[in-house]
Write a protein that binds this ligand. Structure first.
Ligand code: NAD
Length: 238
């Protein structure tokens, strides 16, 4: 049975990823800082354990991995999914806002990857949740864009370094993945995508299964864009 860690597992994409690994027969450590929601969601799933931790904190990440080491010994797969997307005017962003987004989205992935790699004795696989916003932007998104640009670069750097331990490291860059009520979306929301639909958390979850399948370990250091084609669409106005 594979041991998987998913951060930000209490909701949205992380919850869908956790469910996907459980349905593949894995044991999943579901990690989130929202204890109430995490306990509720993990309680509905077999072969999971809810572990409350704020992965933006190095101290909490050390504690988390000490706990997992004591319980499981080894880890096979890590999905660095925890993230926040607070957008604020460049003129109003505080240093605290900046540090919160960088530590939550980027530092967490470095902390967790290093700790997990120490427990991947038989090789393993890491997937980092990046974003199409690593490559293109709307106004007032500096912190988020920078954190995801950092994730993009961290991914290839880790892939090169952790090759000596037979650990593959890839990123997934989702576009618009709707984590709320899918039925509430408008026709225009769907039709602006080349795929004629908005993304679902399961679109990302299936890609995680694919990238962490040992049979696919020739894909390494890559960034897989899952955005219904949005970043391939020219937007000149005629
Ligand atoms: P979400 O807000 O639905 O879920 C994120 C989860 O992470 C929450 O349960 C939250 O409690 C948890 N979390 C936040 N900070 C944490 C911390 N410091 N420690 C532990 N847990 C923490 O978000 P989502 O839409 O499912 O996004 C998941 C990931 O995918 C994020 O990294 C996000 O940047 C990325 N992403 C999402 C989209 C999208 O359209 N939904 C697009 C591109 C990238």
């Amino acid at each position: 049975m594979k041991t998987v860690i998913v951060t930000g597992a209490a909701s949205g994409i992380g919850l869908a990823i956790s469910k996907a690994y459980v349905s593949e027969g894995a044991f999943v450590y579901m990690v989130d800082k929202n204890k109430e929601k995490l306990t509720e969601e993990a309680g509905k799933l077999e072969h999971t354990e809810a572990v409350t931790a704020d992965v933006s904190s190095y101290v909490e990440v050390k504690k988390l991995f000490h706990y997992i080491k004591e319980k499981s010994g080894t880890v096979d797969i890590l999905i660095n999914n925890a993230g926040i997307s607070k957008f604020k005017s460049i003129w109003e962003v505080s240093v605290e806002d900046w540090e919160e987004i960088i530590h939550t989205n980027l530092s967490s992935a470095f902390y967790c990857s290093r700790e997990a790699a120490l427990l991947m004795e038989q090789g393993g696989s890491i997937v980092n949740l990046c974003s199409t916003r690593a490559h293109m932007s709307e106004p007032d998104t500096e912190g988020y864009a920078a954190s995801k640009g950092g994730i993009f670069a961290l991914t290839h750097s880790l892939a090169v370094t952790l090759s000596e331990k037979d650990i593959t490291v890839n990123a997934i860059s989702p576009g618009w993945i709707h984590t709320g009520d899918y039925e509430s979306l408008r026709v225009v929301d769907h039709e602006q995508h080349l795929s004629n639909r908005v993304g679902k958390p399961e679109d990302v979850a299936r890609a995680c299964l694919f990238l962490t399948d040992e049979a696919n370990n020739f894909i390494n250091g890559e960034n897989l864009v899952i955005d219904g084609g949005m970043t391939r669409k020219m937007i000149y106005e005629h």
